[in-house]
Design a protein around this ligand. Structure first.
Ligand code: NDP
Ligand code: DGY
Length: 329
């Protein structure tokens, strides 16, 4: 694809992306690719420089794409393709105002993220990291009746906050463990909830009646800080809290207080504020808090497919054709 001046369109990639994506961009032969050639995030100044004059931008969830970046890009920018399903890092109002199209990666990461969330829930509820540590450090002295006991899904009530693509996939995987009730909350009741015997309830009911709470909603002004002191105070003392959505849905000071005071039993987090969580963060001192480094979608095949999809979205936006996954707003 060439510009009016007969030049190839320029795209800027804010990181190294999976080879599946790079191959598609190279094979298309329609754009000149420049890239922040690193596995580490681009510095803001380099992003502002790299994006100058770009027709397309391929970014990650760690890149804040706001008016400053859009201004730095200038009027050529036609498309932003993010290598993620979450798009809370994009200033959608500004993007919309400028008529820029957005591509993202829904569906292709749903199974991987649901699997990881279930693994995190089980690891947290059954205290796997503590057990592994005890084996290594000599704390395993004998089989003891009450040592390293946790909580079972069998016969439990699970509450899913945000029964979207990933929330439903998590619920589907949890039901065969013998879950008795599956509650969910969100802005609207879902027809498909029947597939997982889901009961649509107010958030307060979900919080007070669930043994396990799984947060899988998107980050919005409404959900930001939703899991706070009042939220944790309504949970059961035996309750297990799991978050694989975005870190800022949780007030981490309030979570720390709830975990350290015994207000709730345990928490598993795949997402935190900030990311990475500093190694001296108070949450990391707690045995009843399992923290993972945002690896929900991290399987080789999923990341390859995400890479390919983000490249196809970018090309669709550059060429003014359909994108396989365009965000509609
Ligand atoms: P969906 O859009 O399918 O689901 C989002 C859900 O959030 C919807 O069901 C929506 O409900 C719900 N929601 C929105 N507002 C609220 C609210 N106020 N209270 C409760 N629920 C609400 O997206 P996905 O399932 O594909 O992804 C969800 C999120 O998961 C992403 O936005 C991303 O942040 C995160 N994610 C994390 C990953 C990880 O690695 N940990 C990997 C992939 C995604 P309604 O329709 O009723 O508005
Ligand atoms: C997303 O896609 O939003 C995740 O957080 C990473 O896969």
């Amino acid at each position: 694809m060439q510009t009016a001046a007969g030049k190839l369109m320029k795209v800027f990639l804010t990181r190294r992306i999976p080879p599946e994506g790079m191959k598609i961009l190279s094979a298309a032969g329609v754009c000149e690719v420049s890239q922040w050639d690193s596995d580490e995030p681009v510095q803001r100044a380099d992003l502002l420089k790299g994006v100058q004059g770009a027709h397309g931008l391929l970014c990650l969830l760690s890149d804040k794409i706001d008016a400053e970046v859009l201004d730095a890009a200038g009027p050529n920018l036609k498309v932003i393709s993010t290598l993620s399903v979450g798009y809370d890092h994009l200033d959608i109002d500004q993007i919309k105002k400028r008529g820029i199209r957005v591509g993202y990666t829904p569906d292709v990461l749903t199974d991987a993220t649901a699997e990881l969330t279930v693994a995190l829930l089980l690891a947290t509820a059954r205290r796997l990291p503590e057990g592994v540590e005890e084996v290594k450090n000599g704390g395993w002295s004998s089989w003891k009746p009450l040592w390293l006991c946790g909580y079972s899904l069998s016969g439990s009530t699970v509450g899913v906050i945000g029964l979207g693509r990933i929330g439903k996939a998590i619920a589907r995987r949890l039901m065969p463990f013998g879950v008795k009730r599956l509650l969910y909350s969100g802005r609207t009741a879902k027809d498909y909830a029947a597939e997982v015997n889901g009961e649509y309830v107010p958030l307060d009911t979900l919080v007070s009646e669930s043994d396990f709470i799984v947060v899988s909603c998107s980050l919005t002004p409404e959900t930001q800080g939703m899991c706070d002191k009042a939220f944790f105070s309504k949970m059961k003392n035996t309750g297990v809290f799991v978050n694989s959505s975005r870190g800022t849905v949780v007030n981490q000071e309030d979570l720390y207080e709830a975990l350290s005071s015994g207000q709730i039993a345990a928490a598993g987090l795949d997402v935190t504020t900030p990311e990475p969580l500093p190694t001296n963060h108070p949450l990391l001192t707690l045995k009843n808090c399992v923290v993972l480094p945002h690896i929900g979608s991290a399987t080789y095949s999923t990341r390859g497919i995400m890479g390919a999809l983000s490249a196809q979205n970018l090309l669709g936006g550059l060429q003014g054709t359909d994108m396989p996954s365009e965000l509609t707003f």
